[in-house]
Design a protein around this ligand. Structure first.
Ligand code: FES
Ligand SMILES: [Fe+2]
Length: 329
């Protein structure tokens, strides 16, 4: 297995219209376009004729047409030349799917399973993309520990004065790294608490699992009553994919879902949806800002002084190497 052998969500569906669009994944430029039927398609972004970027061209009759000498390619990469009959030319293609409001690609001949979501009963709040100038490992480190949430986050996370009470429960196997965190919630604005039906003393649970084909973390976030241990009906489920752009930058794509018992009442969904979108966006941008300030961005953990919150760092690296990059130890 190598990086391209896994399914990666690289664009939001509504970002791909009639013009071709280039993305970079793991150092390689890929062009995406819609064919005549509107099917999302992906080719290597280099014309096999004389290496022009195909993304500079346009889509004519559902074929991606090179800006330089007008050769055109269908969704399978099969090429035609306007001036040379029987010109046998083809562009390298990727498998391409549109699912969950995003466009996904993987190499044409891999058999990696598609990362289906478990979202029964949840409503989609938002899909957003970000890029962060830091290596994959350091970005994943940040998103798989809660010790930064008191100082970096605005809402979702733990109370600075009560961090010692936060319980961290890891569960690690060959394929995934799960950590369940439970502790006193960071102070929330009263209106926000009221709308979500939460009490001041409720404990915040951030229970996540990271998978490595591709690299993504699924966050289950909810609150429990401090006295009865009863979990809240309001829940967030966030799928966060970490797509390396290069060795020093990562593209993130978040799919935010929510279970909210009052959705159908009083038009609250009209209020909640933009609010949740804003909150998740705010927290990710705060994470981005802090990550880009790390002085030494060497992803090696040797020499770091890790705490009880950092238990995923070592296991994450081993699985990135073995499962995601396909390196046999
Ligand atoms: S380089 Fe693309 S048609 Fe010539
Ligand atoms: Fe964060």
């Amino acid at each position: 297995m190598s990086v391209f052998d896994h399914w990666h969500p690289v664009l939001k569906s509504n970002e791909l219209k009639s013009k071709p669009k280039a993305i970079i994944l793991n150092g390689k430029q890929v062009v995406l376009f819609r064919d005549k039927e509107g099917l999302a398609s992906a080719l290597e972004d280099i014309c096999p004729h004389r290496r022009m970027a195909l993304s500079l061209g346009s889509v004519k009759n559902g074929r991606l047409t090179c800006i330089y000498h007008g050769m055109s390619f269908d969704r399978n990469g099969k090429g035609e030349s306007p001036g040379t009959e029987d010109c046998k030319i083809s562009a390298a293609k990727f498998e391409c799917l549109e699912f969950y409001g995003a466009i996904w690609i993987k190499s044409a001949n891999s058999s990696a399973p598609f990362p289906y979501f478990d979202i029964e009963g949840f409503g989609l709040m938002d899909i957003s993309r970000y890029s962060i100038s830091a290596p994959l490992e350091l970005v994943l480190d940040n998103f798989t520990e809660v010790e930064h949430t008191p100082s970096v986050h605005a809402f979702l996370g733990y109370d600075n004065k009560k961090m010692k009470e936060v319980v961290v429960e890891p569960e690690i196997d060959d394929l995934k790294v799960r950590i369940k965190n439970t502790g006193p919630q960071k102070k929330l604005p009263p209106l926000f608490r009221y709308i979500l039906g939460l009490d001041k003393k409720d404990l915040f649970v951030d229970d996540w699992t990271t998978y490595f084909s591709p690299v993504y973390t699924v966050y289950d976030q909810y609150w429990v009553d401090a006295k009865t241990n009863e979990p809240s009906d309001t829940r967030l489920r966030i799928y966060l994919f970490f797509n390396p752009i290069s060795d020093t930058s990562v593209g993130l794509i978040t799919f935010t879902y929510m279970k909210y018992p009052l959705f159908s009442h009083f038009g609250l969904n009209l209020l909640i949806k933009p609010a949740i979108k804003q909150i998740v966006n705010l927290e990710v941008l705060r994470d981005k800002k802090i990550l880009e300030k790390i002085l030494d961005k060497n992803p090696n953990i040797a020499g770091m002084k890790l705490t009880r919150f950092d238990r995923s760092l070592g296991p994450n690296r081993k699985r990135i190497d073995r499962i995601y990059k396909g390196n046999i130890a």
